[in-house]
Design a protein around this ligand. Structure first.
Ligand code: CP3
Length: 342
């Protein structure tokens, strides 16, 4: 059994106070991150274990968060599948996947050879953090990875991936099979290297109707989660925009379900039942508000959870680069102070 309050909360065990971390907690809102980033590109930063470890630690030192998340990107393991990746600042693939030949050409990376820097960063961090905070590894959900691989970049309407899904269903299935297998190997390599929890980010899972989520996304995410060598490592599954589909998300089989801010925490917990923990769900833009307002919103979310075990406080999506860092630090303080038992 773990002594970390973050890990205990993932398992729905009682904790002394609500654990808290922030999605995208290492990043541009922190001057100390910008300092490191001045000299290297984002991809170089991801590929240099000492630097990636340094920026992973920054928000632990500064914010006092209860968990660290590996510094990398969901698209890191897609590059060695054969796609040329750049960040400008959002991800861009020079050669997106559009045909069956493109799919056939994708290779399944050898993790120790193709992304050694990710695994080395994890090993460094485990040594650095021992006894201090647990380390979360992560990956994109197969669907979100496929969105970027097919669109070639972010998109407003996701016409290319949806065209493939509806008009070329066998191609879509072949691509998703390959991405899911890559993802399984990638996340298992992270667990093997020492990741103490795994978060799966399905940023674009909310763009489909519930029926299509069940047809085109759920089978792959379920297969991925089933295929993880979990051995005591909790799995967090975050589907942005899951709204009314949370019961489907639950069927994928994670230990914790991430919530954006479009559903009240109370309603989500009532819907999901007590056997699954939840993480969330403050609107990230609330961190622009005055401290009194931030405190009031933290309290509201803690009150919505009530005394149900298995709540990890977080934002409903990544922290924005223009948020004052002291507001994020204040939020973490509020969560701890307002939830402390006794
Ligand atoms: O602190 C952490 O949370 C760990 C690091 C992390 C990054 N990306 C670093 C990053 C994590 C967990 C991610 C996940 C990620 N990456 C997701 C899923 C979560 C989400 O936000 O929805 C997605 C969709 C991506 C793809 C991606 N990477 C986008 C769309 C962008 C550009 C958006 C932006 O913020 O500019 C990135 C770049 C990126 N990933 C940065 C960081 C710190 C900014 C890079 C920089 O210029 O320094």
């Amino acid at each position: 059994m773990s002594d970390y309050r973050f890990i205990k909360a993932c398992w729905g065990q009682p904790v002394d106070m609500t654990p808290v971390w922030l999605m995208r907690q290492a990043g541009r809102y922190l001057p100390q991150y910008m300092e490191v980033r001045r000299n290297v590109s984002f991809l170089e930063l991801c590929k240099t274990p000492e630097l990636a470890a340094e920026v992973t630690i920054q928000p632990i030192d500064y914010l006092g968060a209860d968990a660290a998340i590996l510094f990398s990107d969901i698209l890191t393991p897609v590059e060695p599948m054969g796609l040329k990746l750049d960040f400008a600042p959002g991800p861009v693939f020079e050669n997106p996947v559009r045909t069956q030949a493109d799919i056939d050409a994708l290779r399944i990376p050898e993790m120790e050879e193709d992304v050694p820097y990710v695994l080395e960063t994890i090993r460094i961090l485990r040594r650095e953090f021992e006894g201090r905070v647990p380390l979360i590894g992560f990956g994109g959900a197969p669907f979100t990875l496929a969105c970027y691989m097919v669109e070639g970049k972010g998109s407003k309407d996701f016409a290319q991936i949806k065209r493939m899904m509806y008009a070329e269903p066998q191609m879509y299935a072949a691509l998703m099979d390959k991405v899911t297998e890559m993802d399984r190997l990638y996340l298992n390599a992270q667990i093997e290297a020492g990741a103490q929890a795994i978060q799966i980010f399905d940023t674009w899972g909310g763009i489909l109707s519930p029926v299509d989520y069940e047809r085109y996304i759920l089978p792959y995410t379920t297969r991925l989660i089933d295929g993880l060598n979990r051995q005591g490592v909790p799995v967090i599954h975050f589907v942005k925009g899951a709204g009314t589909m949370l019961e489907l998300v639950k069927r994928a089989g994670s230990d914790v379900i991430g919530l954006d801010w479009h559903i009240s925490l109370n309603k989500a917990r009532t819907l999901l039942g007590t056997e699954v923990a939840v993480q969330g769900n403050l609107d990230p833009t609330v961190l622009y508000a005055q401290p009194e307002y931030i405190e009031q919103e933290v309290k509201r979310i803690l009150d919505e959870n009530g005394d149900r075990p298995g709540h990890i406080f977080n934002l409903g999506h990544g922290i924005l680069p223009t948020v004052p860092p002291e507001h994020a630090k204040f939020m973490v303080e509020c969560v701890h102070r307002l939830s402390a038992k006794g």
